[in-house]
Design a protein around this ligand. Sequence first.
Ligand code: ADP
Ligand code: MG
Length: 496
Amino acid sequence: PVRGRYVCIEALDAIDGSDIAAIAEMYLLDNNGERLSREPWTVMYADSEDTEGANRSADKIFDLQESTYWQTAQGVEFPHTVVIDLGSSRDLSGFQYLPRMDAEVPGAIRNYKIHEAFIKRFNEQGSVYASAGRINLIGEHTDYNGGFVFPGAIDKVIMAEIAPNDTDKVRVYSIDIDDYAEFGLNEADAPEASWARYIFGVCREVHKRGGIVKGFDAVFAGNVPLGAGLSSSAALESCFAFALNDLFNDNNIDKFELARIGQSTEHNYCGVNCGIMDQFASVMGQAGKLMRLDCRSMEFEYFPFQIDGYKLVLLDSKVKHALVDSPYNKRRASCERVAKRLGLETLRDATMPMLKSIRTDITAEDYFRAKFVIEEKERVLAVCDALNAGDYETVGRKMYETHRGLSDDYEVSCEELDFLNDIARECGVTGSRIMGGGFGGCTINLVRKDLRDKFIETAKSKFNEKYGHEPKVYPVVISDGARIVERAEKKETDEK
Ligand code: ADP
Ligand code: MG
């Protein structure tokens, strides 16, 4: 038996092409080891979008009476020890029972894969760290207007095993890219590979802030889709920033500063002029909670996101229109013009009556841009109230309103995203909107559990019919942000 807060068994061979990640029998035990549940639960976790397919294949193999998707880990800590018993009566051939099944959240990548590569390369044991990608529920184009964003960390992470190596060099292997980099810690030592520059940048930014950085060995991998709007780069930066804080700085660097370290890394070493939201969410995220971040004061507050009857599903249109820069800058300029006309620093303090009072003095375009920003700020606040009341139908309605605003008033949507939004509405999905800057990318959908599979099927086939390819589907669960997954056992030589 394997004990742990969450335990995951991975089937290495997908069956019927579906990725079954975990099948096992699970008993709940109390602290004395007594069984609390008489019958074992048959537990299955499918790390694929096709939970139904996975379910079917599992049925076929095991003739399951009942299967439980063990995907409810979002925020719900199992109160008791979980014991996995690989039901000996069942034929588990085709499944590999993996000894290191202590992934914190089902669906997170398993650290055994990383550990295997780490041992092979460096012949030692390190500590394992992880940090997450993110979604933003609502609050779009509000950051540069001093407004609110509303992100949360997701169950897709970058995970790294890291050990100090007593040199002044960093040696790091990326499993996913299958590439190795070695670099020093001085400004002149920047590596060529773009993935390695994220890590180098984090080292430099920690150093610039007076933090300690020494040489280390690392192996990392991730399951945050790259460039899909879920911020894999922030997950990467946050994972290493968190690790350097833990390994060399006694965790003395403030967590918000870790987010700033990631942001500065993008600015100074990766040529991306991003805001703070992605790194903030990646570092500070908590399972079952979203965060409202005030982009003016940088104050933030957690709100419950316990969507028992719902699921969050992202649909990636896989289209990217226009060079985003110039339309983005134009919208920014509109907002600045209107704020200035109102005698304000940003649109944060503007209201609709104020905007209406200057309507004839500004262009129609500027008017609608500002209208969106003002309404979006109010929508975020309305969503906060709704979350506190557990009213997800209102949350969903606000998401649709945001989509409409982004499409009609801010004009950053595109045909494909509007099409996905229409399908969501037709299917009776609770909430749906563009996520991110617009002109392509994903929609984020809040969908009732019972509608989920049908919605995904419909969206895939209708989109495919019209645009010749299916949108990619990413189910997400709001999960913990930066964290230590496993601490290396102390080496004897460390004691001196
Ligand atoms: P995103 O929107 O996902 O943040 P970016 O272009 O900002 O997209 O960041 C993606 C880059 O981050 C990749 O090109 C790569 O350099 C790095 N990266 C992200 N995930 C991984 C990974 N699993 N392994 C190696 N590098 C990664
Ligand atoms: Mg990025």
